[in-house]
Design a protein around this ligand. Structure first.
Ligand SMILES: NC(=O)c1ccc[n+]([C@@H]2O[C@H](COP(=O)([O-])OP(=O)(O)OC[C@H]3O[C@@H](n4cnc5c(N)ncnc54)[C@H](OP(=O)(O)O)[C@@H]3O)[C@@H](O)[C@H]2O)c1
Length: 217
């Protein structure tokens, strides 16, 4: 990984992190923008989104994800701030509506890890996005709870087997910036600013831990 910790020759006791190349999927979203702002201060950022960003991808489609990595080529870290789930009352939920979260937020991020293994440099990392509903369910969020829980389990298990790469997930509470849209589902929750969520991504990408779920609450 190009971003190994290195010694400053003028001050050998000072450790510095050199610039790395980071692919951010969903970089134009509420979370993605904050993550890009935080990491672009120190690193080269490559942006991707469904229709926004320098590269277009549909993470739910494994072929589209493979094409993304072929086009982007080598990176040192992959960050995902994308993934859709259906919100709705359980008594009206259909299998097709559950399938949205399974294919998009869950398998979409797994697709990024599977295809990304050969394009992420040795010692590099994957950071996925989960969410507080895995621990703290709310009405109408049953699909999101299921998918976020599965993502956490995937990260813990994958960390055991990924030899050359680290993998973590960030699990935020509802964002301050999203209260307009999600507020009614999250009454009584203390919303968190996107800037704090971005710091958790920074810990994952620029730190040394693996198999961790960084909760931002
Ligand atoms: N916002 C919250 O309060 C909150 C809290 C906890 C967890 N989360 C989770 O965080 C993730 C991002 O949330 P957000 O609020 O930042 O979303 P957002 O503002 O809607 O942004 C989503 C970003 O992901 C991209 N995207 C969406 N579906 C995609 C797909 N299938 N393939 C590739 N790119 C895709 C979008 O691309 P375009 O820009 O091209 O549309 C956009 O850049 C979601 O999984 C959400 O469940 C959010």
């Amino acid at each position: 990984m190009r971003g190994n910790l290195s010694r400053n020759p003028r001050n050998p006791r000072r450790v510095e992190l050199t610039t790395v190349r980071i692919l951010i999927v969903g970089a134009n979203g509420t979370i993605g923008k904050a993550v890009a702002a935080e990491l672009s201060e120190r690193h080269e950022i490559v942006t991707a989104g469904r229709s926004s960003g320098s590269f277009q991808v549909n993470i739910a489609d494994p072929k589209s994800v493979s094409e993304l990595f072929s086009a982007v080529a080598k990176v040192d870290a992959v960050v995902c701030a994308a993934g859709n789930v259906h919100f709705g009352p359980l008594e009206e939920m259909t299998a097709e509506q559950f399938d949205i979260g399974l294919r998009d937020k869950l398998m979409g991020q797994v697709n990024l890890v599977l295809a990304g293994r050969e394009f992420v440099s040795s010692g590099g990392s994957f950071t996925l996005i989960a969410g507080t509903l895995s621990q703290d369910p709310v009405r109408f969020g049953v699909s999101a709870s299921m998918v976020n829980g599965a993502l956490e389990s995937f990260v813990r298990a994958a960390a055991i087997e990924l030899r050359d790469h680290r993998i973590n997930a960030v699990s935020p509470s509802v964002l301050q910036e999203s209260m307009g849209a999600y507020g009614p589902y999250f009454r009584g929750f203390e919303p968190v600013p996107a800037k704090r969520v971005a710091l958790a991504f920074s810990r994952s990408v620029e730190g040394a831990q693996t198999g961790r779920i960084y909760r931002v609450e």
